[in-house]
Design a protein around this ligand. Structure first.
Ligand SMILES: *[C@@H]1O[C@H](CO)[C@@H](O)[C@H](O)[C@H]1NC(C)=O
Ligand SMILES: *[C@@H]1O[C@H](CO)[C@@H](O)[C@H](O)[C@H]1NC(C)=O
Ligand SMILES: *[C@@H]1O[C@H](CO)[C@@H](O)[C@H](O)[C@H]1NC(C)=O
Ligand SMILES: *[C@@H]1O[C@H](CO)[C@@H](O)[C@H](O)[C@H]1NC(C)=O
Ligand SMILES: [Zn+2]
Length: 576
């Protein structure tokens, strides 16, 4: 085009127009994201068959010959009243647990309240105590063993915890019913532990008692494990139970573990009910930084006191949040893919759907999906390491310079990241600020910046026990198919027969950590899963807060699930 004769009037006018148009077009294509949008709309998506396959319902054989017990669990009024009594009684025994408790041998009196709880369980479930072998681990940890007839089958393990979070005294008058009464108002049962998670504990025992009363004889052994300090990270109980089980049964010796977790809820995007066992957990690390500077009289201060400098560090930290990341390692991507592929009511736009299905390999599509997830504060951190400056302390006196100041930052580590990466990121920020003030930095026991100056020193340390992200549970193998299949059977055949779409089971991230952190060596098939329906995952059960409650219907659904699941996997064909 540059070689065109300049005296050609027609061309000389047109050329700039054509060049201009091309430039404008290219600018629109590449300068904006039009090109990316077009790619998502027009380029075919690679095969999605393996992303979120729908599994067939799994019905235990016993159901075909006699469905009366599971129907009794779900619909019988006497059964229900009895069950309410059992859960209410468990709530009435106060098992509150506080942080940083001493171990049992060091302080037996801290833990004696669990004796009462054990007495209650033994009185309420006599058949279990007559028939199952009970081992008490670290005095109050309960491990029940029901021996199966086929010892070559790996045992199934069901878990819950005996302890509950404390009720704050100044909130007592805000409770509609007292927190340790277990009041039933015709729909909800109220009280501390009603939904976290004496409901799960009682449901497991009720299920096993029903099976025992029918002279059920399992082929696959069943283990039941109840720790007693889950709300303080399980360091005293579940850790001991994990060690005991690993020693007794070996590494990778368990068929699957089902612990407390999410169940079924209607998804906001699709408006359909979806089951979401937690198949991954974010990591956890608290980092503490202390700054020590020379003291002195505040009438002749330096330009920046240690409080000023730590404030600057706080500012630097918050200005630099972690970048979001979403790869196929993250159950959240699988969850989005399940929504996109099983949007039975066609609520998701085609563009969003296509973006989700490309998000595993297309950078732009990935960024669109991240945007969608991060719109909501509750899902924002499913794809990002969180950082929260939770403690700052220092300063003693109005006329004295603060010599020693402390800051603590809590992190929940993204699935794709590691505790090490968070530590490195954190230290970089500290060094950046230290350099501006000629301060030295000691990080995790090592002097990483030495200014040879005596103006002060940062000391960075890990506070409390860090936790790497959990290994993710394998998907779509035979163990998964049974979990998803029994979910479909129970909720489609028995609980919501009017629903005209299949109930999909999708992986999800558990934002907190459960006792399963101590069970990683026992199996890869860990499901944080309490299958009953709640209207919204967020907020409807007031977990850890005033008026913790449970719609009792959910308790019956959970028991129906356990009852069918134990039987459905009680066969070699349920193995991988
Ligand atoms: C339960 O079994 C009875 C008798 O076989 C049958 O009529 C009924 O349809 C079954 N109910 C369900 C929900 O499968
Ligand atoms: C016991 O389980 C194994 C699979 O682990 C299977 O091969 C065997 O047939 C089972 N035995 C009986 C009696 O079912
Ligand atoms: C930092 O401290 C060293 C050692 O006392 C000194 O030589 C240097 O000038 C200081 N740098 C600044 C920027 O204050
Ligand atoms: C799991 O096994 C590893 C390797 O043997 C061991 O170091 C670790 O302490 C075990 N984890 C738990 C929670 O017992
Ligand atoms: Zn819990």
């Amino acid at each position: 085009m540059l070689g065109l004769p300049l005296d050609d009037k027609v061309s000389s006018k047109r050329v700039p127009t054509i060049v201009g148009s091309i430039v404008i077009l290219l600018t629109i294509l590449f300068g904006t994201n039009l090109f990316n949008y077009l790619r998502i709309e027009l380029v075919p998506i690679s095969n999605t068959d393996s992303l979120c396959p729908l599994h067939e319902p799994v019905v235990p054989e016993s159901f075909i010959t006699d469905n009366s017990t599971v129907l009794t669990i779900l619909h019988d009024e006497d059964y229900k009243l009895n069950s309410i009594k059992k859960l209410a009684g468990a709530i009435q025994v106060d098992t509150q647990i506080f942080d940083n408790q001493p171990d049992v041998p060091d302080s037996p009196e801290t833990w004696v309240k669990f004796i009462k709880f054990h007495e209650y369980l033994e009185k309420t479930f006599p058949t279990i105590y007559e028939n199952l072998e009970l081992t008490k681990v670290n005095t109050y940890g309960l491990v029940y063993f029901w021996k199966g007839s086929n010892e070559s089958l790996k045992p199934l393990m069901l878990t819950a915890h005996q302890d509950v979070v404390p009720v704050q005294k100044d909130t007592l008058d805000k409770w509609t019913y007292p927190p340790f009464e277990g009041h039933y108002d015709g729909k909800f049962i109220y009280g501390r532990g009603a939904s976290d998670c004496k409901n799960v504990l009682i449901s497991i025992l009720e299920t096993v008692e029903l099976l025992l009363n029918q002279n059920y004889q399992p082929q696959r052994s069943l283990l039941i494990a109840f720790g007693f300090d889950e709300e303080a990270s399980g360091v005293v109980s579940a850790s001991a139970i994990g060690r005991y089980l690993e020693k007794t049964y070996g590494k990778d010796s368990i068929y699957a573990i089902i612990d407390e977790g999410p169940g079924l809820a209607a998804d906001d995007l699709t408006g359909t009910i979806i089951a979401t066992p937690g198949t991954g957990e974010k990591g956890y690390v608290d980092i503490e930084v202390q700054l020590t500077t020379p003291g002195g009289h505040s009438s002749i201060p330096p330009d920046h006191t240690s409080i000023g400098i730590l404030s600057e560090l706080s500012y630097v930290i918050e200005k630099d949040p972690y970048s979001p990341i979403l790869t196929s390692k993250n159950p959240t991507l699988s969850y989005m893919q399940c929504l996109a592929l099983h949007d039975s009511k066609s609520k998701i736009s085609t563009f969003t759907k296509k973006s989700i299905l490309r998000a595993g390999y297309d950078k732009f599509a990935n960024s669109q999906v991240i945007k969608l997830i991060q719109k909501n504060r509750f899902s924002k951190y499913l794809v990002q390491t969180s950082q929260a400056i939770d403690i700052i302390s220092g300063g003693e006196k109005a006329n004295a310079l603060p010599e020693h100041v402390r800051l603590l930052v809590n992190h929940r580590v993204a699935i794709e990241s590691t505790v090490g990466a968070v530590k490195d990121h954190f230290v970089d920020r500290v060094i950046e600020v230290a350099k501006r003030h000629n301060l030295s930095v000691k990080a995790f026991g090592e002097l990483v910046l030495d200014t040879k100056d005596n103006s002060g020193v940062f000391e960075v340390n890990v506070f409390s026990r860090p936790l790497e992200t959990a290994p993710t549970t394998p998907l779509n193998d035979n163990v998964w198919k049974h979990l998803a299949g029994v979910t479909r059977h129970v909720f489609e055949d028995l609980i919501y027969p009017e629903i005209d779409y299949p109930i999909v089971t999708s992986p999800s991230i558990m934002t907190g950590n459960t006792d399963t952190r101590h069970y990683w060596n026992l199996t890869r098939n860990i499901f944080r899963y309490s299958p009953f329906y709640v209207q919204s995952i967020v907020g409807s059960t007031n977990v850890h807060s005033v008026d913790e409650k449970l719609a009792f219907e959910g308790h019956l659904q959970l028991t129906a699930f356990f009852y069918q699941y134990i039987q459905a996997v009680d066969t070699p064909t349920a193995d991988n």
